[in-house]
Design a protein around this ligand. Sequence first.
Ligand code: PLP
Length: 284
Amino acid sequence: RVAYVNGRYVPHGQANVHIEDRGYQFADGVYEVVPVIDGVLIDEELHLDRLGYSLGELRIAWPVARPVLRLILREMLARNHLGRGIIYFQVTRGVAPRDHKFPARTKSSLVVTTKRLAPPAPALLENGVAVASQPDIRWQRCDIKSLSLLPNILAKQAAHESGAFEAWLVDANGVVTEGSSTNAWIVTRSGEIVTHPTGRGILGGVTRRSLVQLAEASGLALVERGFTLVEAQAAAEAFLTSSSAFVLPVTRIDGQPVGDGRPGPVTRRLREIYLANVAAQIGA
Ligand code: PLP
């Protein structure tokens, strides 16, 4: 396995960054996770657009020009013979003596790794997954894909310890914002697909964005609005989306079955629509 670190391809086990990298000391950086299917980067341009957005909001320079980053990503797929999995890349403000304010001069750091990932186990798709609610204690710039993930980690761990697959984060108004590393969706009893609007309160998922467009193009009723935990538990269906899970049915929320406790028809349809979009990108 090979990693990319600041201009060099190095054995994964020997890849390291400087102890005064601001990513290490301050989580002063951003990242992306792009799914890879049949060696093709899915929705690559949308991920690079979002990277540019996150970097811009934090005034971190691109570590290399965008076309160069695209080449590095391809080189990493080739060197690691990655067919199916994810490619992870992170950019930090770079190495400088520890001081909160931005260093006067620094070069941003770029690290890229790949990970093989099997398709989700059939049981996950057939039975759906459980989610557990957790208070959303994050900051007010969740639209930036920041390396600073402590609230997400704590929520996911608490969900895991309660036997759930994911945490659904609930704000002070009882509204489900999103998952710890996924976007949250419900299908109401009248058949309307609902997900939280983008803005500073959530990370605008690339999968979320693609699915909104695909659902609308398929003529499905979709509205972007907040929904409460109570509404989710009374919904007909629920599901989550992310680059690594795509569309995954949610069949239990805090131990309560959603609908009849089985993945629903709208969720299945959306997963199929999404997978067809992936298949089109890989030319299958
Ligand atoms: N929400 C959060 C907080 C995330 O960290 C992620 C992805 O890691 C998502 C949503 C899903 O985004 P995407 O579909 O771009 O993977």
